[in-house]
Design a protein around this ligand. Structure first.
Ligand SMILES: [Fe+2]
Ligand SMILES: [Fe+2]
Length: 171
């Protein structure tokens, strides 16, 4: 535990920061797996573009899990040790892919990113001016999640438009 590092945290219980970071940590692992498996099972038009995007997101979520785990350890906490705990701690849950069509998969993923944005925005509010290091980490992750939502939404809209154009041209 970083003793001097932790002494600069003001007006915030360190145990509370560790608890909320562990919830975010559970979210990151579930998001990682969701993107991993979506990239495997996805079907349909322009799926190669979607696979590239989903695979990049999986890499980013795993990187986020790393960043959050390292911060939990710095604070003197222990990152969740058992994957069973991901489901009891998660904020955003796990959206099991049911329809493997590219549009449905992208819609599921957009929902997940919107939840992540809410979670990290709350974490930024909680730590702003109180725990500068955690604030910096959650702000970096928040910026990635905002970019993720935008990338998925843009791809989703392109595909929906492409499908509409095809339908129109064969009428
Ligand atoms: Fe993430
Ligand atoms: Fe994300």
């Amino acid at each position: 535990m970083a003793q001097r590092g932790n002494s600069i945290i003001r007006d915030l219980e360190i145990s509370e920061v560790i608890a909320v970071l562990n919830k975010a940590y559970a979210d990151e692992w579930l998001a990682y797996y969701q993107y991993f498996i979506e990239a495997k099972v996805i079907k349909g038009i322009m799926k190669d573009a979607a696979i590239a995007e989903l695979t990049q997101h999986a890499t980013d979520e795993l990187r986020h899990a790393n960043m959050v785990a390292d911060r939990i350890l710095q604070l003197g906490g222990t990152p969740l040790l058992n994957p069973n705990e991901w489901f009891t701690h998660t904020n955003c849950g796990y959206e099991e892919p049911e329809d493997f069509d590219v549009v449905s998969i992208l819609q599921d993923s957009i929902k997940g990113e919107q939840c992540a944005i809410s979670v990290y925005s709350q974490l930024a509010d909680m730590t702003r001016n109180k725990d500068i290091v955690t604030y910096d980490i959650v702000s970096q992750i928040l910026a990635d999640e905002v970019e993720h939502e935008e990338d998925l939404q843009a791809l989703h809209d392109d595909i929906v438009e492409f499908i509409a154009d095809i339908k129109q041209s064969i009428q």
